[in-house]
Design a protein around this ligand. Structure first.
Ligand SMILES: Nc1ncnc2c1ncn2[C@@H]1O[C@H](COP(=O)(O)OP(=O)(O)O)[C@@H](O)[C@H]1O
Ligand SMILES: [Mg+2]
Length: 365
């Protein structure tokens, strides 16, 4: 999968941009604040309809303007389609080849993007919430059903929590209804569990090798933690045992909304034993391992974005990563220092300089 053209209108600090992109490696360089991340953010938006930065959509619209438009020509095998995202203060509209797409779950499985950006390094030390968010984004890009399951699960979870509070206040309300909600929660939750479990198992097939090839030594594994690794019957029994506790708490205490994962390096918990560097490397390996995994499942490579990776990693490791990638993986790298990138990499790249929301392509010989 590749993006060959990107067109931006009133997106962040780009008023008008019409850019041809390289099929393999694209290097985007420029000073801090020039618009490098904004550019890759636009590509990400085409795939996921959202930014990777914690920002509300309205900040994507250029200051003083009403409407931001991001368009991209996306190639899958020999076919291309025009993807378009419009953002205004009234909301967001997404189109493929001028057809409006109403289901977001439909849209996000079309283009797969693997993104690494500096904030990702906090993932291991941050709350389980953030790690679940990563899992959810990644699995939603691959399986259409997953996003729908999540939304159904969250709906039932909300209803169930509300009903638990009601039961607490009005002790004589029916427990049968709680049973019904619990069974529904179990039904969706078990399916979510299965997707997550499979995703992590798949990733484990690749991640050890990826970590070793980039960072030298150490056996990296991911461990998935979920209370749903039991049969539905066992889970229902457990729920019934904790009903009163749940009522007192006014919320659902068990379920995939508490799932988490962690990294083991040579069998040791990275979070407890690892250095900051090792934690960062683990997350990066997670992302790189996903590339081959997606190729295996969807028979096509995702697009890879490495935003400001040079601020996180030395040149040797980055070269290892780039050498590890199949030449069919379209990659975008942003950096403030072009001089840091070795000639062997520059020679096979298209190079763009960003100056305050304008882009100049460089002919590097
Ligand atoms: N909605 C917006 N309208 C105009 N400019 C914006 C908007 N959002 C961000 N910017 C500008 O974009 C720049 C940051 O771009 P960014 O791509 O993050 O920089 P970097 O090249 O360091 O990655 C800042 O100068 C900021 O003022
Ligand atoms: Mg940036």
């Amino acid at each position: 999968m590749k993006i060959s053209k990107l067109k931006l209108t009133n997106f962040r600090n780009y008023e008008n941009l019409d850019l041809d992109l390289g099929k393999q490696l694209n290097i985007i360089y420029g000073e801090n604040g020039s618009g490098k991340s904004n550019l890759v953010e636009a590509i990400y938006l085409l795939a996921l309809t959202k930014s990777f930065r914690l920002t509300s959509d309205k900040h994507l619209i250029q200051k003083g303007k009403e409407l931001a438009i991001v368009e991209g020509k996306i190639w899958k095998n020999e076919d291309s389609s025009l993807y378009k995202v419009n953002i205004s203060n009234d909301g967001k509209k997404v189109e493929i080849d001028n057809n409006k797409i109403n289901k977001i779950s439909e849209f996000v499985t079309k283009i797969q993007i693997i993104l690494f950006y500096p904030r990702d390094t906090e993932l291991i030390n941050s709350s389980p919430n953030e790690r679940r968010r990563l899992l959810n984004i990644e699995i939603s890009q691959i399986f259409k059903e997953y996003m729908i399951l999540l939304s159904n699960y969250n709906k039932i979870l909300k209803q169930r929590n509300a009903y638990l509070k009601q039961l607490y206040l009005y002790g004589n309300a029916s427990r049968d209804y709680l049973d019904i909600l619990t069974k529904k929660l179990l039904e969706y939750g078990k399916k979510i569990y299965k997707y997550r479990w499979e995703f992590i198992s798949y990733l484990n097939e690749y991640i050890t090798d990826v970590y070793e090839k980039i960072f030298g030594s150490g056996k990296l594994k991911i461990v998935y933690h979920s209370s749903f690794n039991k049969t539905e019957k066992e889970l229902l029994d457990t729920y019934r045992k904790i009903y009163s506790k749940e009522m007192a708490n006014g919320k659902t205490l068990l379920g995939v909304h508490h799932d988490d994962f962690e990294f083991l390096l040579d069998g040791n918990k990275l979070k407890e034993w690892g250095s900051q560097g090792q934690l960062k490397n683990a997350i990066l390996s997670f992302k790189i391992a996903e590339i081959n995994m997606i190729k295996e499942i969807l028979k096509d490579y995702p697009i890879l974005i490495l935003d400001d990776l040079f601020s996180e990693l030395d040149v040797k490791k980055i070269t290892n990563i780039l050498n590890l990638l199949n030449k069919d993986v379209q990659t975008f790298i942003t950096t403030t220092e072009l001089s840091k990138i070795p000639d062997e990499i520059k020679n096979k790249s298209r190079i763009y300089e960003v100056i305050n929301g304008k882009i100049r392509e460089e002919n590097y010989e």
